[in-house]
Design a protein around this ligand. Structure first.
Ligand SMILES: Cc1cc2nc3c(=O)[nH]c(=O)nc-3n(C[C@H](O)[C@H](O)[C@H](O)COP(=O)(O)OP(=O)(O)OC[C@H]3O[C@@H](n4cnc5c(N)ncnc54)[C@H](O)[C@@H]3O)c2cc1C
Length: 380
């Protein structure tokens, strides 16, 4: 059983209410229009959700990983895209908070708190996905700064984020040792948003290219030292993977509740379909998957909060297990509802489409399995 503090319990309740009352009624329309939901972004700002993780000194609420998971899960229970808006912002904040100087923190963090600016995370490139260390976006020294050139793809919150934590290389031959992190503001004259993707799921979460054409960033925009970008990236990945796992958990739980309620109301052969053993067995498997994932997700989150040396492996296990589970459970939720589950009148078909990407981004589940096995073998 997950032991929560009074503060965590209250936050979970209030975010759950917000999700049910304000996000759920908009979810189908947001999915259809594929527009970034400005109103939900504003709600998140009003509720202080974008300042989770930011230290008190800059007006934030330095929430731990468990708290961030609770918030993520509550939102995902009704809508994956809105939950992703927050998770990706937290992914961008991680290297910014971990590697920034006092000057950078004072410049960027209060604006995020006051204006509700979203931070984007720009790593992937058309030719560098799983093999992120082979990225080609170049940083060239130019006087008191750098010139950045390259194309980032599949950038969540592209077009909505005001600043991006962007990874570029000083020399591709150096691989990981050449990678450096920079803060690139959306209004930088050399940076612009490229193609917006038309996606299977997470459709209210914009995914775009971010194109850099000789974009100048001053030295003060560099996070950490030259060549320290890879370390910052790895440091932040565990927490983000745990958040993706919490998103998966919420999505699976939400779909299960919708489908289970439907089976009570739907009658065939003169009986509620919930009374059929075939339906009950499916429901039992869904509930067992959710609870197993929940144990792993919150165990990994606690390990993250305790700075446990094995957190990387547990974060990968949580991400991989929970997202595979979410794909299976949302598919079963559609199955339990028969033809009606396949229709857009109910949210489960959207949840099934939203679940798919959870197995792909933040490191595909093949990559997670490699990390898990290699980490275990290295400890033998
Ligand atoms: C909706 C969405 C949002 C995203 N948001 C962001 C974002 O905000 N910022 C960002 O930087 N990126 C983002 N990404 C990119 C995402 O992280 C990448 O898509 C992901 O890392 C996989 O890279 P790829 O798509 O190039 O696939 P590839 O790396 O080309 O993989 C293709 C297939 O090969 C498999 N594969 C690759 N290497 C191996 C291996 N060594 N062993 C076994 N199998 C392997 C993969 O598992 C996969 O099945 C997003 C992606 C999507 C779809």
């Amino acid at each position: 059983m997950l032991e929560l503090t009074e503060e965590q319990r209250l936050l979970r309740e209030s975010v759950g209410r917000l999700a049910r009352e304000k996000i759920a009624p908009r979810a189908a329309e947001m999915d259809a229009s594929q527009e970034f939901p400005e109103d939900i972004h504003r709600l998140f700002v009003e509720q202080g959700l974008l300042k989770l993780k930011i230290p008190h000194a800059y007006g934030g609420v330095p929430a731990d990983a468990v708290t961030c998971c609770l918030v993520t899960e509550e939102i995902a229970r009704v809508d994956g895209s809105c939950s992703l808006m927050l998770v990706n912002h937290l992914a961008g904040l991680a290297p910014l908070i971990a590697g920034s100087t006092e000057e950078q923190r004072s410049r960027f963090l209060p604006t995020i708190v006051e204006e509700g600016h979203i931070v984007g995370f720009a790593l992937s490139e058309p030719e560098a996905g799983s093999d992120a260390a082979s990225l080609q976006t170049r940083a060239r020294k130019d006087g008191k700064g750098y010139r950045l050139t390259g194309t980032k793809c599949f950038i969540t919150n592209g077009g909505a984020a005001k600043v991006f934590v962007l990874f570029a290389t000083l020399d591709p031959a150096l691989k990981k040792r050449g990678i450096t992190a920079y803060l690139v503001e959306e209004e930088n004259p050399g940076a612009h948003i490229g193609k917006k993707e038309d996606k299977m799921g997470m459709r209210a979460s914009p995914t775009t290219e971010l194109i850099l054409e000789d974009a100048f960033v001053p030295e003060e925009a560099r996070i950490g030292g030259e060549g320290e970008g890879w370390g910052l990236l790895i440091e932040g990945l565990s927490e983000t993977r745990i958040l993706i796992a919490a998103l998966s958990l919420g999505l699976a739980d939400g779909a299960t509740e919708v489908a289970a309620r439907y089976t009570v109301e739907r009658s065939q052969f003169g009986k509620a379909i919930s009374t059929f053993q075939g339906i009950q067995f499916m429901l039992a498997d869904m509930l067992m998957g959710i609870e197993t994932a929940r144990s792993l997700v919150y165990r990994a989150a606690r390990m993250q909060d305790q700075d446990h040396p094995s957190v990387r492996r547990y974060a990968s296990m949580a991400k991989c297990y929970a997202s595979d589970m979410a794909m299976r459970v949302t598919t079963d939720a559609v199955q339990m509802m028969g033809g009606y589950g396949y229709m857009k009148d109910y949210p489960v078909e959207r949840m099934m489409r939203d679940a798919k990407v959870l197995q792909i981004f933040e490191g595909t589940n093949q990559i997670q399995r490699m990390i898990i096995a290699r980490d275990y073998l290295a400890g033998l």
